[in-house]
Write a protein that binds this ligand. Structure first.
Ligand SMILES: *[C@@H]1O[C@H](CO)[C@@H](O)[C@H](O)[C@H]1NC(C)=O
Ligand SMILES: *[C@@H]1O[C@H](CO)[C@@H](O)[C@H](O)[C@H]1NC(C)=O
Ligand SMILES: *[C@@H]1O[C@H](CO)[C@@H](O)[C@H](O)[C@H]1NC(C)=O
Ligand SMILES: *[C@@H]1O[C@H](CO)[C@@H](O)[C@H](O)[C@H]1NC(C)=O
Length: 457
């Protein structure tokens, strides 16, 4: 998700030392073996680890409901989709087909999960007591820090409680508070805190699943809202922040690299988020972009142009250029579903697609471009290749990442790109399925490689 609040630039990273503890847990969210990290690698600070991104409809999920049929799941999604009636143009609203990180928090540990978001800094979850909380999904309990013996609030005078980190003193001048607001008007505010997080990891060294426990700063959200959410809708309990800023969990965990490879959403299999040495950074890279000497909060890249089939679109030169505070430009946002193209590019893009595609055009509300197809063959034969020309990397969008079936009975496919409200271009998670995306923060590179994510292990 895109945050709209923290627009300041950060002069330097302040990394907390990574504190890893051996987890002693009686509960287990998929009954993994508790792993002592001293068994794992010779040092206590693992050079890397791999987290399992458990799809919430997967049997591995602690919140899996085997009684729900696929049709009911789709129906539930469709219900959730309508929560922003004036705004939603892609059925998969950013929360819906979200990739989430599962973890436990506190002592004793409470299982929960949060949307994996490369465009947020602070990881936050809803906390009791609630001044304001939205309904969480399927009875996942709202975390109550009063019941956790390892929970700590940051004080107002703590060196971490910095204004340039987007933190402030609370009204009483006692505790450190955060407030994050998203472009969708969703917001969370509460106390900047820390507690033990237990992550389920893929331990390839031992070829088993395990859990590790890490003390991690996070936002304990006592006042959270998602405007326009229908009364019966349920939401993901929080956001797992992975952007470039100092408070993001990637920096707080002390890693300089990570990668993800999202298994396509329909498959309900577990994707992996790889941190540190486990990250896969391929050689198809494009530089991370900043604005002059100002460090931007998110993973901006330099997009030079777009091709549809063999035609390079005639998009004005500066359409994708970054500007001050990153108010314009192109960035990768795993917390958004579809891709939004800057206004100046979208219309040209749409026009070229219409010109090249010879299928029967259909009109579906909330979508800009839909066609009737009679099977996958129609897709292959008729849909032109879409290529993003990044600096140093021509990246071909896989066909099913550009389009999605919108109805089960009718063979309609619709374009999964939409016109941005402003000049920002946001590459969302729909376009990143079956793509290995690597983030190398040290060398300031992003790698993108199409591959079958089920085969990456
Ligand atoms: C919760 O946050 C909203 C939005 O910032 C604010 O208007 C409201 O006063 C807050 N409520 C409480 C109880 O702090
Ligand atoms: C702030 O101070 C008021 C009045 O002393 C008190 O009622 C309230 O609980 C305090 N809030 C916090 C968060 O400490
Ligand atoms: C990346 O590496 C592979 C082999 O490791 C090589 O075949 C390929 O040409 C390289 N691609 C680029 C863009 O350097
Ligand atoms: C950043 O660039 C501006 C304008 O070019 C300059 O005035 C400023 O001193 C630079 N700041 C740093 C920290 O280099």
């Amino acid at each position: 998700m895109a945050t709209s609040s923290s627009l300041s630039s950060f002069p330097s990273y302040a990394l907390l030392p990574l504190v890893l503890l051996v987890l002693v847990s009686s509960s287990c969210f998929i009954c993994a073996t508790a792993l002592s990290l001293s068994d794992h690698k010779p040092n206590t600070n693992p050079a890397g680890f791999t987290m399992r991104l458990i799809h919430r409809d997967s049997p591995e999920s602690p919140f899996y409901d085997p009684k729900l049929t696929d049709a009911e799941k789709n129906e539930k999604r469709n219900r959730l989709t309508r929560r922003r009636p004036n705004d939603v143009r892609i059925p998969a609203d950013y929360r819906l087909f979200e990739y989430v990180v599962s973890f436990s928090v506190g002592t004793p540990p409470v299982d929960t999960y949060a949307a994996m978001d490369t465009a947020t800094d602070i990881t936050w979850i809803q906390c009791r007591p609630c001044d304001n909380c939205f309904t969480q999904e399927r009875g996942v309990p709202i975390f109550d820090p009063r019941k956790s013996s390892s929970y700590v609030k940051y004080g107002c005078m703590d060196p971490m409680c910095r204004g340039d980190y987007g933190l402030t003193c609370d009204r009483n001048g006692t505790f450190c508070s955060y407030h994050r607001r998203y472009y969708s008007d969703e917001q969370s505010q509460g106390i900047f805190s820390s507690d033990k997080f237990g992550f389920l990891i893929q331990d390839n060294y031992r070829r088993r699943r395990a859990k590790i426990s890490v003390r991690l700063p996070f936002g304990c959200g006592h006042n959270n809202s998602v405007p326009g959410l229908p009364a019966d809708a349920e939401e993901i309990p929080g956001v797992f922040g992975l952007n470039k800023e100092p408070l993001s969990s990637i920096n707080q965990l002390g890693y300089k690299r990570f990668s993800h490879c999202f298994i396509p959403k329909g498959r309900r299999q577990t994707s992996l988020l790889r941190l540190g040495e486990d990250a896969i950074i391929t050689n198809e890279t494009t530089p991370m972009v900043e604005f002059g000497n100002e460090t931007l909060p998110d993973y901006y890249v330099s997009l030079k142009g777009i091709s549809v089939g063999e035609t390079r679109l005639n998009i004005p030169q500066d359409t994708f250029k970054t500007s001050r505070y990153g108010l314009r430009g192109v960035y990768i946002d795993t917390g958004s579903t579809g891709t939004e193209l800057a206004r100046g590019a979208f219309d040209i893009f749409l026009e070229e697609l219409v010109k090249q595609i010879k299928l029967k055009r259909e009109y579906v509300s909330n979508f800009d471009l839909c066609y009737e197809i009679r099977g996958d063959r129609d897709m292959e034969d008729n849909m032109p290749e879409i290529t993003f020309h990044f600096t140093g990397l021509d990246y071909v969008v896989q066909r099913w990442n550009g389009w999605a079936r919108v109805a089960i009975d009718n063979d309609f496919v619709c374009l999964m790109f939409r016109r941005a409200i402003g000049d920002l271009t946001i590459i969302g998670n729909h376009q990143l399925q079956d793509v290995n995306v690597g983030y190398d923060l040290e060398n300031k590179l992003i790698s993108l490689q199409n591959r079958n994510c089920r085969l990456v292990d």
